[in-house]
Design a protein around this ligand. Sequence first.
Ligand code: UT7
Length: 325
Amino acid sequence: MNRHSRIAGTGSALPERIVTNEQLSREMAERGLETSDQWIAERTGIRQRHIAAPEVSASMLATQAAREAIAAAGVSAEAVDLLIVATSTPDYVFPSTACLVQKALGIAGGAAFDVQAVCSGFVYGLATADAMIRTGMASCALVIGAEVFSRILDWNDRGTCVLFGDGAGAVLLTAADRPGILASKLHADGRYENILRTAGNVCGGGITGHPFLTMDGQAVFKLAVSTLDSVARETVAQAGLELSDIDWLIPHQANLRIIQATGRRLGVPIERVIVTVDQHANTSAASIPLALDQAVRDGRIKPGDKVLMEGVGGGFTWGAVLAQM
Ligand code: UT7
């Protein structure tokens, strides 16, 4: 009998504080920076974002999302033998955020590690967990995308600080005799490392390099639209399916214009595309599992539905996972 993996539960966590475009524009005006709700909404589709309080870390949001996914799956936390956290805003240089989440959940002994693939991190983590379950290395995996991107934003750079938000989303993946995860494709091209990055670190007790996110927005936009198109086609073909077989598309939530262009190119009507960028802004590795959880909980995504999740981001990285719920 073939061994597969399947999504048994989803969960999410959003910081309490919501900052609307209006509020952000007012705060930025006090610092002499000009922006507006109109500019942000027209160029990105973003209307608000959640911002974590100073004492809230990625591992805390991840733990909250993980607890929801565990409860939704109806398993006990002790069953989790693999824990992957995708994040670019970890609590520490080390130990991994995954180890901190494992401890917070009161479990021990299973594998736990972080995945660093920026906004593609969740699909990287999901594809990895699926492969580990199929090969028998694990049987119950938590895959979490968790970010506090507000910590690495230069709040004096209007070209980037309006775009991101904080949050976490999680799935619980279990071994199953039917798929589950139907296909996955992952890619990277490090030649584009400089178009989206936070090129800083800690060194000798201080900060080395540049600790804030920088981005060539237009270069990222173009690459995102072409890679989201190609990886969707590849992944669906690998599963032996057609794009018309897909019930729901969940692209990375960075910009509504990128999401709409992706849907149009793939021939997926916008009603079949899950959009949360208006409420959450870009939460990097958390954006896909947050959108998945929302659509599962509001009843749009139903058992049996085929959901194509695709990520794209810094590295440059991109990838997709096709899951039957
Ligand atoms: O996870 C992946 C991460 N990132 C992305 O996916 C982002 C991809 N890129 C984008 O979403 C878009 O490129 C942006 C939303 C970042 C920018 O939109 P754009 O249509 O490419 O605008 P632009 O960069 O060409 O800027 C247009 C104008 C500029 O002014 P000038 O030079 O025309 O006078 C900017 O200075 O808009 C100005 N601008 C702003 N104006 C008001 C830039 N940021 C702002 C702002 N408010 N916040």
